[in-house]
Design a protein around this ligand. Structure first.
Ligand code: 5AD
Ligand code: SF4
Length: 391
């Protein structure tokens, strides 16, 4: 039996895309191994949202060269978001020429064909695509655990000035409603020893709240969630389920997040996971403007108030960036005061990382590393303090 070793960096989107890579590998008869030294194929699914993620990927790739020396038949594949950037793609080709297959995230559905071609011809493959249509979802090998992921839309049209995602994942494209419903039905019906295999089904998109805008006829996120709740109600009625399976979703954008969604969640608490991830990025309206986020602190707090009023039990999480170009001490203090006000259950805090090609990378007033370090540590300390007071 030939085996594969799969490493994933990055967000849930990447985690789920690795389930698709695993599906392709398994359909060719490969089995997973936990030891890369034993693997016949190594696949690295990369991230590029911050420089740190790229550095870690490059560190891993360097180590594969040594493995290739002891196993000359080893096939090394590198794909995902990092390879989708022209500069990184060039660097990988030039500096790491031993890689057998370089693919992107927009042609991930062709990975199986590429691998077959590599095995048959022994030729190195370097293929990146841009502007790909909505992919056909197939051969997903879902990881064990409580959560099943389902993609509902791909790409991003928001162009937040710090973010590389719209450049590497392309324009926003929604999956057809019926395709999502069919996949959802299949997933909720999966069983393990007579009980549902997954407790939560998480709908994934870079901005789930803008789902359906591009469909003809247009649809909305509230519409698709309502349909899925209906499926849960109808399909699971009379089934000895214990707790009903629940729908979760991520990630949200405050500019598109509709209050109607909160009402839908409140009316269907038994079918909805009690959690919302609502990235704020900054508590300062002037920084939000420079980030091109298209909402203000007040708008964000309005949503939070609505959530708190309607959903008594909710696990509220966010992403924060400190040290965005030009962030003054006063602007940064507004982020701290917002954290105190919202009392999040979890905060993911990041130091701004320059991404080449994004508007923020060429802003003149970059913040020094020492200030970024201090600010991120203070945010994390405040978050701990908020948590302690909540308990
Ligand atoms: N620097 C730091 N953090 C970033 N994020 C996105 N781009 C950057 C960047 N250039 C963060 C945002 C986003 C999360 C997934 O990653 O907070 O919500
Ligand atoms: Fe990046 Fe903004 Fe799109 Fe999120 S909404 S992926 S932060 S550009």
């Amino acid at each position: 039996m030939k085996s594969y070793f799969l490493i994933t960096f990055g967000c849930q989107m990447n985690v789920h895309e690795s389930e698709k890579l695993a599906g392709a590998l398994r359909s060719l008869g490969f089995i997973p191994t936990k030891k890369k030294e034993e693997a016949d194929i190594i696949v690295l699914n990369t991230c590029c949202v911050r420089q740190g993620a790229e550095n870690r990927a490059l560190g891993n790739i360097g180590a594969f060269k040594t493995l290739k020396k002891t196993n000359k038949d080893l096939i090394v594949c590198v794909g995902g978001c990092m390879t989708q950037q022209k500069t990184a793609f060039k660097k990988l080709q030039e500096t790491y020429s031993f890689i057998d297959i370089i693919f992107g995230n927009q042609n991930l559905d062709k990975f199986k064909e590429m691998l077959l071609e590599r095995i048959e011809t022994k030729k190195k493959i370097r293929e990146i695509e841009e502007g790909s249509p909505t992919p056909v979802e197939s051969e997903i090998s879902r990881a064990d655990g409580d959560t099943a992921y389902i993609n509902i839309n791909y790409g991003c049209d928001n162009f937040c000035t710090y973010c590389i995602v719209p450049y590497v994942r392309g324009r926003e494209r929604s999956r057809a409603k019926q395709d999502i419903i069919n996949e959802f039905k299949k997933v909720i019906a999966e069983e393990n020893c007579g009980t549902p295999r997954f407790k939560t089904i998480t709908l994934l998109g870079q901005n789930v709240n803008s789902y359906g805008k591009d469909l003809k006829p247009a649809s909305t996120f509230v519409e698709i969630v309502s349909e899925l709740i209906k499926v849960l109600r109808e399909e699971c009625w009379g089934r000895p389920l214990g707790d009903p399976q629940k729908i979760a979703f991520m990630t949200n954008h405050p500019k598109d997040f509709s209050l109607e969604l909160v009402e839908l969640m409140a009316k269907n608490e038994e079918y909805m996971a009690p959690e919302i991830h609502l990235p704020v990025q900054s508590g300062s309206s002037t920084v939000l403007k420079r980030m091109n986020r298209n909402y203000t602190r007040e708008h964000y707090l309005n949503i939070i108030n609505h959530i708190r009023k309607n959903l008594k039990k909710i696990y509220l999480t966010t992403d924060i960036i400190v040290g965005f170009p030009g962030e003054t001490e006063e602007e940064y203090q507004e982020t701290l005061s917002l954290i105190r006000e919202v009392k999040y259950d979890k905060i993911h805090a990041f130091m701004y990382s320059k991404r080449s090609g994004t508007p923020a990378a060429s802003m003149s007033d970059q913040i020094d590393q020492k200030t970024k370090n201090r600010r991120v540590n203070e945010v994390l300390a405040l978050y701990k303090d908020v948590l302690n007071k909540k308990m």
